[in-house]
Design a protein. Structure first.
Length: 475
RNA sequence: GGGCCAGUAGCUCAAUUGGCAGAGCGUUUGACUCUUAAUCAAAAUGUUGGGGGUUCGAUUCCUCCCUGGCCCA
């Protein structure tokens, strides 16, 4: 039907896809904001037709643009027979330019009385139901554009995401003097985290490459190269399943700061998050489901070991190998995969027993060296490393170390990791080790999962609600 | 990978024990010059996610598969 209308329009020489511009005098939000000042004045606005109420020789339309929605009133007298007929044949979803006088209806509704209208784009597909909207979750993700058309709050949420990321950059660059660098996504060796990589073929070289699983080892090379405050907000790929917490591609902030330790990084992390709360959220108190998170500094600081002892009844020092870790996990009734590595089992115990208690923003300090292959050892507690993670809403938001810069120890730790590895394509990144051999100054580093942070700040329980186009199977 | 749940018109949802597949929105036609989930009258709309099976008869029962959600690994 709509295609038939389109054909008629084209035959009439009014092809809606020929329009190349429409000069608006105001956005709809601007009209509404200064409504009284504009009363009686002529404006030109444009947007999508979201509703229509016909009354014979008069007609009401709701017109929506990016930030606002306004009622358009039209009748034969002011619009003329011909144009009125065109306006009435507009479908929901069509994009219209309207010129007219700003006025209030008898019921006081802010409106624009159309004196001219132009069909700027024809919509060939019907919009979702006007009252219930689009509730099929799969459709919302597969056709996010529809979700955005129909639900202004979703549009708001993703705009807020962009603002938060933008404020991160502003804070790091303008207030703290960091510089963003871009490093390769396509890597010959993958490292910097424990995860299954995506493998891709570089035809010209007839060789396999990896999509990066972390940015760490590249940015540290920049510290070796002499930069002192570097960061990158970039896409990471991990070849794993999809659930409410995971998407195979996601965004990470990583930063490295020379000549400081992890306590400076902790302060920076706290400042960064408070800055985001103040600049984007307008509050430091966040509603997340039925929980209330307070990002009022200082966030509490707790020893990893104390939490493990308190909630899992064990010190990692007493679990020196895979066998003892597995035995303790079984005792606690914590499940793990048969082939799980030592680190994975410790992580499982932590996730199951400790994480649920970490609701309010909490820095967890001093992790076992055994699960922190890139962090510097604490000399007087040699089984622990200078590492912290930030938790909130029972989710890990950030991970940071005083970076290991001893090339010999780094090599030994990486070799140990590979020996214990049960997953991932891990091989030594010889060039990274060589870089350390040239000498990396004492450095503090930080990684923040952007989606995790957004979930906590926006109170969204699913990662898919903070990603515009979450991965789904091909159709 | 395992468990549970869901898939019916473009969208949101019904359909008694297994007995003619329906409503609202949207669409089309007509009426209506201040409505706002406009109203009134009429009409069109389906491979009930897909394949197989049981049955006189399947949206409904069985089975396999596909897609998605939630929980667990």
């Amino acid at each position: 039907m709509r295609r038939w209308k389109l054909r008629r329009l084209k035959e009439d020489g009014r092809d809606p896809y020929h329009e190349v511009r429409y000069d608006r005098t105001h956005t709809i939000a601007e009209v509404l904001k200064d409504f009284d000042g504009l009363l009686g004045k002529q404006v030109r606005v444009a947007g999508r037709v979201m509703a229509r109420r016909e009354h014979g020789k008069a007609c009401f339309l709701d017109l929506a643009d990016q930030d606002g929605r306004v009622q358009v009133y039209a009748n034969v007298d002011t619009l003329g027979e011909e144009q009125f007929k065109h306006l009435k044949s507009a479908d929901l979803g069509d994009i219209l330019g309207v010129e007219g006088e700003v006025f209030r209806t008898r019921t006081g509704q802010e409106s624009v009385k159309a004196s001219a209208c132009t069909l700027l784009t024809k919509s060939l597909e019907p919009l979702p139901e006007k009252w219930h909207g689009l509730s099929d979750i799969e459709l919302r993700y597969r056709r996010r554009y529809l979700d955005l058309i129909v639900r202004p709050e979703v549009r708001e949420r993703f705009k807020l995401r962009s603002e938060i990321v933008s404020q991160m950059r502003r804070f790091l660059e303008d207030e703290r003097g960091f510089t963003e660098f871009e490093t390769p996504v396509l890597e010959p060796v993958c490292g910097g985290a424990t995860a299954e990589p995506f493998i891709t073929r570089w035809e010209a070289l007839d060789d396999d490459f990896y999509l990066r699983i972390a940015i760490e080892l590249r940015l540290k090379r920049l510290i070796v190269g002499g930069y002192e405050k570097v960061y990158e907000i970039g896409r990471i790929f991990r070849n794993e399943g999809v659930d409410t917490q995971h998407n195979p591609e996601f965004t990470m902030l990583e930063l490295y700061w020379a000549y400081v330790d992890y306590s400076d990084i902790m302060q920076l992390t706290e400042d960064l998050i408070v800055h985001i709360c103040d600049s984007c959220m307008g509050t430091r108190e966040i509603e997340a489901g039925d929980r209330r998170l307070s990002f009022e500094p200082p966030f509490s600081r707790v020893q990893f070991e104390d939490l493990m002892r308190e909630h899992a009844g064990v010190s990692v020092q007493d679990l020196p190998d895979r066998k003892s870790a597995a035995a303790h996990a079984k005792k606690l009734d914590v499940d793990f995969k048969k082939d799980a590595s030592y680190e994975k089992i410790i992580d499982r115990i932590w996730t199951a027993k400790v994480e649920p208690h970490l609701t309010q923003p909490t820095f967890v300090l001093d992790y076992p060296v055994a699960v922190s292959p890139l962090a510097k050892r604490i000399p007087d507690r040699p089984h622990l490393a200078y590492r912290f993670e930030l938790f909130a809403n029972s989710v890990e938001l950030a991970n940071a170390f005083s970076e290991l810069n001893d090339p010999l120890e780094q090599r030994a730790r990486m070799e140990e990791q590979i020996a214990r590895a049960t997953e991932g394509y891990r091989e030594l990144d010889e060039d990274f080790l060589r870089a350390l051999e040239y000498g990396m100054p004492p450095t503090g580093g930080l990684g923040v999962g952007i989606e995790r942070l957004l979930m906590a700040l926006l109170g969204e329980p699913s990662i898919r609600e903070v990603m515009l186009f979450p991965q789904l199977r091909k159709q």
